[in-house]
Design a binder for this molecule. Structure first.
Ligand code: TYD
Ligand code: MG
Length: 456
């Protein structure tokens, strides 16, 4: 047995070191910031840095686009990764328990096994027979797919040395431990140490490695959150358990653009790619219902059309209720105030509920005008033409401001058969007429009042 390495507790806030764990850092006074680390770790890093030849390079001499990428042919995944899996990269996949992370990586491993060679799936959570059951459900029967139920880091790297796989997946990083730290698996110290070592392993061998991390209820990845700055790429797998669709989002990517998303649908036999998410979110839209409007949201480089609903009812309380799901609450309150002040709509005595259908979350000012339109539609009990898309940012003075990528959004809407769009005048004026938007009628507006006139 190897001797236990010396460890030290390092404050993650100020860097102060202490031989024992303490709740409060004696130097900076912050609570719960001390994390166990191996003592040689700092030396290792120093040595590694020295060993590397870092001569200055002329910018012109640096080649780009020559990273070795493997295309999984799961289009939604490839796009989020920036065009495929990069050799030697470390990708953190975070998400709520039960959202489908294991399913996603298993489907990815099948592609690797079928198209490229051996793939290693390390699971500290499930037994090989459980994994086999999931694989059967997914119809995976790749010969080159290897499963290892193991939680010891040394055993994992030893197995990888032997197998020489094309990709390693560690599911989940919270279950893996190194005996060099006495703290429990899943603790911040262990997660960091283990990931740091896996990172070095990936860089040394060139084997791309995926680390799965669970998110806790309050939204923070327990432990793995501290990894975000270590790994190359951070993907979040999100979705609503009550809905079938899942969104894979890149929040950090050293090898591609961030804010790129991939959309999947969880089916009986695994995750299916959704090539046209707008269709999914508009599938059950009631025609001619009041308070319903179609908005366009830009997710990464891709526009998504979604249905936004509002319900305005007389309140029975002294303080009217404002509830919003999928759009920022404060934003909705602000827009209600704009409607009151600039359009003279009496919403004081009304409860207002706003919801984006399908469990989608939109964090973009371009839906402002949509919120306004939906609330007004429900308040006035007048429906909005079902073939109309509404987009625009709204300012406090009631002005409709320009949105980004209007052309892209319009093309998407035209493709789905929408024939009319209410959008900021500024965007209409700048629009390239030959943009391929087809016969769509574009109605430019400058103020909320003007938009109201054109809508109803
Ligand atoms: P899983 O990949 O185990 O989630 P995670 O690893 O993020 O915890 O997926 C779990 C859920 O997905 C589970 O509730 C069942 C569902 N599921 C399907 O609906 N279809 C399938 O083909 C599979 C494999 C899972
Ligand atoms: Mg899992």
């Amino acid at each position: 047995m190897k001797a236990k390495a010396k460890t030290v507790y390092v404050c993650q806030s100020c860097g102060s070191q202490s031989p024992r764990w303490m709740g409060k850092c004696p130097d900076c006074g912050q609570w719960n910031t001390l994390v166990e680390e191996r003592m040689e770790r700092q030396k290792d890093i120093g040595a590694a840095k020295k060993g590397r030849s870092s001569e200055p390079l002329a910018l012109n001499e640096i080649k780009t686009g020559d990273e070795d990428r493997f295309v999984t042919k799961i289009g939604e995944l490839d796009r989020v990764l920036g065009g495929g899996i990069v050799a030697g990269s470390v990708v953190l996949v975070g998400g709520d328990p039960g959202i489908g992370k294991s399913t996603l990586v298993l489907q990815m491993l099948r592609q690797v096994a079928e198209l490229r060679g051996k793939a290693l799936y390390v699971s500290g959570e499930e037994s090989p027979s459980q994994i086999k059951m999931r694989a059967q459900r997914l119809g995976v029967k790749a010969e080159n797919l290897y499963v290892l139920a193991e939680t010891s880091l040394d055993e994992i790297t030893r197995a990888a040395d032997e197998l020489q796989p094309q990709v390693i997946v560690v599911d989940s990083i919270q279950t893996v431990f190194t005996s060099e730290l006495p703290s429990a698996p899943g603790s911040v110290g262990q997660v960091r140490e283990v990931s740091g070592r896996l990172m070095l392993y990936a860089k040394r061998t060139g084997i791309p490695t995926f680390l799965i991390g669970h998110v806790t209820k309050d939204g923070a990845i327990a432990g793995p959150r501290v990894l975000e700055h270590i790994v190359d790429t951070v993907l979040y797998f999100e979705g609503d358990r009550g809905h079938a669709f899942r969104i894979l989002r890149a929040v950090k990517n050293r090898f591609g653009s961030t804010n790129e998303i991939g959309v999947f649908e969880m089916k009986e036999s695994g995750l299916a790619e959704v090539a046209n998410p707008s269709e999914l979110f508009l599938a059950e839209r009631p025609k001619d219902a009041t308070g319903s409007v179609v908005v366009s949201s830009l997710e990464g480089s891709r526009p998504i059309l979604a249905e936004l609903q509002a319900l305005v009812t007389p309140t029975k309380m002294t303080m009217p209720r404002r509830t919003s799901i999928g759009v920022d609450y404060n934003r909705v309150s602000l827009l209600i105030a704009v409607l009151e002040k600039r359009v003279g709509m009496h919403l004081m005595g009304m409860d207002v509920f706003v919801n984006i259908v399908g469990g989608l979350k939109i964090d973009e000012p371009a839906v402002d005008l949509g919120v306004i339109a939906a609330v007004a539609s429900s308040f006035r009990e007048k429906s909005i033409d079902p073939n109309t898309v509404v987009m625009g940012e709204v300012g406090l003075a009631g002005e409709v401001r320009a949105i980004s990528q209007a052309e892209l959004r319009l093309k998407d809407a035209a493709k789905l058969g929408f024939s009319r769009c209410i959008l900021p005048m500024v965007n209409v004026e700048k629009l390239d007429k030959a943009a391929g938007i087809g016969k769509m009628e574009l109605i430019g507006v400058r103020t909320v009042e003007e938009a109201m006139e054109r809508l109803f």
